[in-house]
Each structure stands twice: as C-alpha cells, then as structure tokens.
Design a binder for this molecule. Structure first.
Ligand SMILES: Nc1ncnc2c1ncn2[C@@H]1O[C@H](COP(=O)(O)OP(=O)(O)OP(=O)(O)O)[C@@H](O)[C@H]1O
Ligand SMILES: [Mg+2]
Length: 408
C-alpha cells in the first residue's frame, strides 16, 4: 500500500523548517524534520532570493535524508505586514430541482464570497467559511443535503501582496519544489496547537516568531480575525544587546536563560561580556527585566489593540495560546495573562504522530501545522471539514471565570 507523503515548509525570519509526514495506517506521522538558518528573510518576507533558496534547499534536504523519501510538493507558510483580513458574506440560490443544497452550491457560494474589492496588487490566500445560513437558519456548519432555496455563507478572507507571495514562490520553485498550497502562518500554527474545544469557545492564538507576531482569533470553531505585527523576539535580543552593551549572540543567550523571569530563589546576577569581548560585568535579573518587560508589554498590547479594534465587542474569548519560538521566553505567560486578562498557555505542537521531544517545541508549530493543513487538503477553500468536536466541559469550567475580561 502506498502511503502519501506530506511536507510543510516554514520559511521563517530566523529559521527555515521542513517537516515530512506520512499518512499511514495509524494516521499522520512525522518521519523527517530539517532546519536551516534563514538568512534572506526579514519580518516574514523575502529580502534576498539566493539566500532564501539556499535555506529552503538545506532544510528540505535534511528532512528528506531523515525521512528517506524524496519531496517534490510542499505546503508553504506565508506571513508579513502585507497580509490583510476581512469578513465577507455571499448569497446564492440553490440549483437542484428538489431544493436541496449540493456540494456545488457550497463551492459556488464560497466563490461568490471571494468577490471583494481587491486592488490589482493583492490576491486572496484563504476564503474560510465561518458558517452557512440556509433559508434564514443561521449557524449551519455543513449545509450539504439540507433542504433550502437560499444559501448564504459568512467567510473570513485573507489576502496578501502579490509581489511578496510571488517572491516566496520563486524561491520555492528555484529550490526545485512545487508549492502544493499556501497557508497564512498563524492558521497553520493554530492547527498544530489549538484544541477544537478552544476554537469553539473562543481563543486568541499568538505566534511570536523572530520578526513577526502573528495573530489568529477563533470563535465558534472558525477563524474570525487574523493579522500580523512586524515585531517578534529578535527585537528583544536587540534591546538586550543595546541595554547591556553586549553582543547579539550573548544577548540571545541571556534572553533564553533569564528572559522576563525571576529565578525561583529570587533575584540572581550573572556576568555578560562587553562588546570588546574581554571585559565582563555583573547584571541582575532585575536589570534585565527592566529591559525585557516593557518591550514584551508593548508587543502584547499592540496585539490586543488590534484584536479589540477588529472583533465584535460581545465576542467571548476564553484563553490565549502563545506559540512560536518567542513563546519560550521565561516569564512570558504571566505577563500575557495580565495584558489580556485571560488564562494563557504555551502552545506546543500535538495532534500528529511521530513527535519527538525535539519537535514538540513552539517554534515548530507552523511547520507541523502546514503538514496538517496539507494532509487535510485544506488550502484556499479553508477548514470547513475540520471543525467541531464536542465542547469540553472541563475546559469551560477552567476558563469561565475569565470571560469578557479582555474588554476591561
Ligand atoms: N527559549 C527562548 N526564550 C526566548 N526566546 C526564544 C527562545 N527560543 C527561541 N526564541 C526566540 O524565538 C524567535 C524565533 O522564533 P521562530 O523560530 O518561531 O521564528 P521564525 O518562524 O523564524 O520567524 P517569523 O515567524 O517571525 O518569520 C527568536 O527571536 C528567538 O530568539
Ligand atoms: Mg514563524
């Protein structure tokens, strides 16, 4: 029996990561992971074609070697400041004689919802159905087979700048690969880290990468708002390097070790090398926090402001899930709980077999989510098929006290 291979390619600002999975008898299983530094990307977009091609080649070759398979088609992540999202609605009359909604009607109404005022230099990446309305009955998840003459859909539409998308595709092609689909990165990360109950109740996903912070807000099972902010974890490293007058490499180490956290036994001090590489000085975790916390607050508040501005005032949100490499910052979770007034957890990839400890890390959420997206055949048409799951009573109990705090 031939098992299908699916590959996700996350061309991030700091690293390019390829994940190969096989859809076998026990479901989807990761068989190869390859990573290479990204030297040609800035804030989620390509700034150097040659370097980006090299990173893609290196990452996919490593993943292929580990998996022992050849990869030709990849699901590619897209992000950057050029991404915009909007919600739209469309109506069609059903066409069958017995006034029953067919799969073709569903496709037609989703296509109709893609008719938006789109500048010539932009293109649609996703039209994700949020819910259908059949003859006035709202909130239908799967209308196929239902009786009705009038089919409406509410979709979440995500668009991107054609130039930025074309540059990513150019790199993929020149690395000898075919793009099987394009996926806005936080949707991929959501797939790898969020439970369907969370999406049902209402959840904010933040993917804090090196150069971008991507946002996806889910309610009633589907994406209602998505956006990206051109600030990620790298700016923190910069701040630390400037503030402590040390190299970027040393600042990165300090960030990963202490971040915004306080050691369990209270304040601590550590030594950093000066920019000359020879002199050293003592720094306290308190001094470090004075550099890190304001920047973290600023980034999280920017995300919150965007969400508040763009989601309905009465939307119920139960939780914040943070993923991406930046989610590993020591001390981040309590700061996010404070800013959002919602319980916050770090999202690590799950929902797939073959996960080793090495890949169960937040920075692999996008690449693994791309595999899940690809395996489910979800590209432009969206995630209609994967919605649902029962509402988790335990989850509800855990988070119900926090409802609506976002707005205070
Ligand atoms: N333990 C850690 N503590 C704090 N920050 C960390 C830790 N590990 C990684 N990071 C930071 O995470 C960032 C990289 O995250 P990630 O690999 O998700 O980014 P990316 O996908 O390459 O970039 P982007 O999504 O912005 O295009 C870097 O800024 C890195 O310093
Ligand atoms: Mg990323």
């Amino acid at each position: 029996m031939k098992h299908e291979t699916v590959c996700g390619l996350d061309i991030g600002t700091t690293k390019t990561c390829a994940v190969v999975a096989v859809d076998g008898p026990n479901g989807l299983e990761i068989v190869g992971v390859g990573e290479a530094p990204s030297l040609g990307m800035r804030k989620g977009v390509v700034v150097d074609l040659e370097q980006t091609i090299k990173s893609i080649e290196a990452a996919t070759e490593r993943a292929e070697r580990m998996a022992g398979v050849h990869v030709s088609d990849v699901y590619v992540g897209i992000t950057g400041d050029h991404i915009r999202s909007t919600n739209n609605r469309a109506v069609v009359a059903t066409t069958s004689e017995d006034r029953e909604v067919s799969a073709a009607d569903v496709r037609r109404v989703i296509d109709a919802s893609k008719i938006i005022n789109l500048p010539a230099d932009r293109q649609i990446i996703h039209a994700l159905p949020r819910y259908f309305t059949v003859d006035g009955q709202e909130g239908v998840e799967d209308p196929v087979g239902m009786a009705g003459g009038r089919l409406e859909v509410d979709t979440h539409i995500i668009t991107g700048g054609t130039t930025f998308i074309t540059n990513v595709l150019k790199c993929v092609h020149r690395a000898g690969l075919e793009a099987a689909g394009l996926v806005f990165e936080p949707l991929a990360s959501s797939h790898a880290t969020l439970y369907s109950e969370e999406k049902q109740v209402g959840v904010v996903l933040l993917d804090i990468g090196g150069g971008t912070t991507d946002i996806a807000v889910y309610s009633l099972g589907s994406a209602i708002y998505t956006a990206t902010i051109p600030v990620g974890g790298n700016i923190l490293t910069n701040d630390i390097s400037l503030g402590l007058k040390t190299s970027l490499a040393e600042a990165e180490e300090v960030k990963k070790q202490f971040g915004a956290g306080v050691a369990e036994d209270g304040e601590q001090s550590f030594t950093v090398r000066g920019l000359d590489g020879r002199t050293t000085k003592e720094v306290t975790t308190q001094q470090l926090r004075a550099i890190v916390v304001p920047r973290v607050l600023e980034t999280l508040r920017m995300a919150k402001a965007k969400i508040i501005e763009n989601v309905p005032r009465d939307l119920v949100l139960g939780e914040v899930v943070i993923t991406g490499g930046g989610a590993s910052l020591p001390g981040l979770t309590p700061i996010a709980e404070e800013v959002f007034g919602l319980p916050t957890r770090v999202g690590v990839p799950s929902a797939i077999g073959g996960l080793t400890d090495a890949v169960m890390q937040p920075q692999y959420a996008t690449a693994i989510g791309l595999v899940l997206f690809g395996a489910a055949g979800e590209t432009e048409a969206g995630e209609g098929g994967r919605r649902g799951g029962p509402s988790g009573a335990a989850l509800f109990a855990r988070i119900k006290h926090w409802f609506a705090d976002l707005w205070n």
